[in-house]
Every structure is written in structure tokens, then in C-alpha cells.
Ligand binder design. Structure first.
Ligand SMILES: *Cc1c(COP(=O)(O)O)cnc(C)c1O
Length: 381
């Protein structure tokens, strides 16, 4: 039997303490016992989001919260700008189209740096824009986007909101919801939150609420007004995923105890070690603006990334991600998200080295690993 290790950008591995919490007998969701847990969780979510605004919990994967942000804020024909630099930017585009919005895509080649002045220019040309939809870490390319600047630009426009997909990044890299003027921030449980898939979280600013009041798109399960109505009682409109929320209480406790600043720093060190190790191994990063949440590595010509990932997974039980769509086969992606330590980073890097050597590619393995160790254990030296 193989020991399973997840280095995919979702799902990520779950700490033993959280798994144990979730193994307890199921309690009913309309009990004082559960409401008390929910109360604590709602409070701690605000800390992770760095917001004073309400944060709602939805029983869905992250995409559910993306859909919720569209159906709750907009009306048919509303104009929105979406930044499309990968698979998840495309998801914003598709969601907008699905609901009959007038979507202007700002297309960027996958992995390329994005200058936020472009947003300012398109907003000037389209003063009737209702929303700017973007992604903090574009997981398909491992690219970091400057959301703070976009928040600053949009905050000056009373008729426009900014909506950010932070599904692979909230709780891993800095994201200041209030300070950056982010009206709606969506994320999911299975990435930096150290939980299984199944929950989505969404924060809503005062400005966003004024949009919600006017929105005419149809909604039922994701109608945030229903969630808002019972939030005061720390309740949910529908049956909540009880076990996941109990796990969430534990994982939020852990995040709080470590502190966000320390967690961000740890992700940075893991990412930095991975990036520099692969450079020493003679490989290139796929992104011009690499995120500390996930590293995408360009494979040498002729190496099939899908084969490499499958080999590492089936032979060693180690899951790293391949590329999606146009990057399929050409890149691999290693996540730094959540419950990982320095030795996990070494494991992930080594597994790629071993996999590539098995496929006939000789690499300066020693130099790569040495580089990673020197960065990971710098403070201990
Ligand atoms: C994982 C991910 C999603 C998709 O979330 P699901 O939980 O699979 O619905 C969306 N956006 C980004 C940036 C992601 O990394």
C-alpha cells in the first residue's frame, strides 16, 4: 500500500487533528451545540478574510461561490470586465455569459505579467461597467495578480464593484479584503483552509449589498439574502455540511494560532525553495509573475507532463498536478497550500526528479535539492 501525499492545488492534505474532529458523530444543524460552533467559525472567517463585513458559508465547492457572486449582484445585460489569464479567469467569463451578462474579457497570454493600467483604460472606455471580476492566484498557470491595485481603481467608481476569486490563495498569501476595497471575495475549503472539498466562503461589502438589492437575476439556493436573514442567529437557510463546519472550526483555530503573517511567510519560503530548486535543476518557471500558492514548471521539450504525473502518482502515491487545456502535458504544478512543512517540499521536488530520471532525463539533482534545503532551513542555520 502506498502512502498518499497531495501536492495538488486542491484538494490539499488535511491535518490529523482536523480529520479527528470530523470523525465525531453527526449532530443536528439546528441545535445550540452547532449554532455555537457556527458563531465561532463566522468570527474566525472574518480574521482570515481580513474583513469586518459578513462572510457567508455555502455548502458547495468554490465555483458555487463564484456563481453566487454573479447571480446575487447583477441583472441580465449588465456589463462586466473579466480578467482572463487562464482556466479560472475563463470560468468567470463563462459564468457571466451563462447568466446573460455583457462580458468584456481582458485576455492575457497564460503565465504572462498583467499590468493593471489596462483595467483602468477599459473602465474609462466603459463607464457603465458594473463589475470587475479577477483572480488573486490563477491556479492553472501559477500566476499572481495585483488585486490591491485593481481594488484601488474600482473603489473610486461608485457604480462598479470588484469581485475576486481567491479560491487557491486566501489563507496562503496576503489578501486584505477591507484594506484593498474588495467588494466580494470568494474562496473554498479544499486549498489553503486545510479541509476536504465541500465548503465555499463569500464576503460581501456594503457597496456589494447595494448591488444585491437591485439584482434581477434568478437565484434560490445561492440567494445571499436568505443567508443574511439568519446570519444574526448564526444559522443557515439550508442543511449545513455539519462535519465540514466542525472541521473548519478546528482548522481556523490552527490558522489563528499560527497567525496569518506567519502562514504567508511559510508559503513564501516553500514557494521560493521550489522555484529556486527547479531553476538549479535547469527548468524554467511557467509564470512571469509566480504566486506563492502554487508553482508551475515548464517541462523540457519532449517530456509528457501527464505521463510524469501519472508515474509519480501510481508508483509513489505522490500527487502533483499537470497542466490544464492548452498547458496540458507541457507543465507540472506543485502546490504550497495548507498543511505542509519543509520536508513536504523536498518530497515534492525529489519526486519530480525521480520521475524525470525514470523517463530518461538526467538532472543535476544534488544541486536542486541542496538549493531547496538551504532556503527551507535558512533560519535554523
Ligand atoms: C480550485 C479553483 C477553483 C475551482 O474551485 P472548485 O472548488 O473546484 O469549484 C476556482 N478558482 C480557482 C482560482 C481555483 O484555484
Amino acid at each position: 500500500m502506498l502512502k498518499k501525499r497531495l501536492f495538488t492545488p486542491g484538494p490539499t492534505s488535511v491535518p490529523e487533528d482536523v480529520l479527528l474532529e470530523m470523525a465525531q458523530p453527526i449532530i443536528h444543524h439546528r441545535t445550540d451545540e452547532f449554532i455555537k460552533i457556527a458563531e465561532e467559525v463566522f468570527k474566525d472567517l472574518k480574521y482570515v478574510f481580513q474583513t469586518e463585513n459578513d462572510v457567508f458559508i455555502l455548502a458547495s465547492s468554490g465555483t458555487g461561490a463564484m456563481e453566487a457572486s454573479i447571480v446575487n449582484l447583477f441583472s441580465p445585460g449588465d456589463k462586466i470586465i473579466v480578467i482572463v489569464g487562464g482556466k479560472f479567469g475563463e470560468r468567470w467569463f463563462e459564468l457571466g455569459k451563462t447568466y446573460g451578462l455583457n462580458v468584456i474579457p481582458l485576455n492575457i497570454a497564460w503565465g504572462k505579467f498583467f499590468n493593471t493600467e489596462e483595467v483602468e483604460k477599459v473602465l474609462k472606455e466603459n463607464p457603465d461597467t458594473k463589475g470587475v471580476l479577477c483572480t488573486l492566484c490563477e491556479t492553472s498557470t501559477g500566476t499572481h495578480f495585483d488585486i490591491e491595485s485593481i481594488g484601488k481603481i474600482v473603489s473610486k467608481l461608485p457604480q462598479t464593484v470588484v469581485i475576486v476569486d481567491t479560491i487557491s490563495s486566501l489563507g496562503a498569501i496576503p489578501c486584505y479584503t477591507d484594506k484593498w476595497n474588495l467588494d466580494v471575495v470568494v474562496t473554498g475549503s479544499q486549498k489553503a483552509f486545510m479541509l476536504p472539498p465541500g465548503l465555499a466562503f463569500i464576503s460581501v461589502s456594503q457597496k456589494a449589498w447595494s448591488f444585491i438589492e437591485k439584482s434581477k437575476l434568478p437565484k434560490y439556493y445561492f440567494d445571499l439574502k436568505r443567508y443574511k436573514k439568519v446570519l444574526e442567529k448564526n444559522d443557515f437557510p439550508f442543511t449545513m455540511a455539519v462535519s465540514l463546519v466542525i472541521g473548519l472550526k478546528k482548522s481556523l483555530n490552527m490558522l489563528k494560532q499560527i497567525t496569518l503573517e506567519k502562514i504567508w511567510q511559510e508559503h513564501h519560503v516553500r514557494a521560493e525553495a521550489t522555484r529556486n530548486a527547479f531553476k538549479k535543476l535547469g527548468l524554467k518557471l511557467f509564470s512571469e509573475s509566480p504566486s506563492d500558492a502554487v508553482t508551475a514548471i515548464l517541462l523540457p521539450e519532449g517530456v509528457d507532463g501527464e505521463k510524469l504525473c501519472k508515474l509519480i502518482r501510481t508508483k509513489y502515491g505522490i500527487s502533483i498536478a499537470g497542466g490544464q487545456d492548452k498547458a496540458k502535458g507541457k507543465i507540472i504544478r506543485i502546490s504550497h497550500l495548507g498543511w505542509q512543512d519543509e520536508f513536504d517540499v523536498l518530497t515534492a521536488i525529489s519526486s519530480v526528479c525521480i520521475g524525470l530520471e525514470t523517463m530518461g532525463y538526467k538532472l543535476p539533482v544534488e544541486e536542486g535539492i541542496k538549493e531547496a534545503i538551504s532556503i527551507l532551513f535558512k533560519q535554523d542555520n
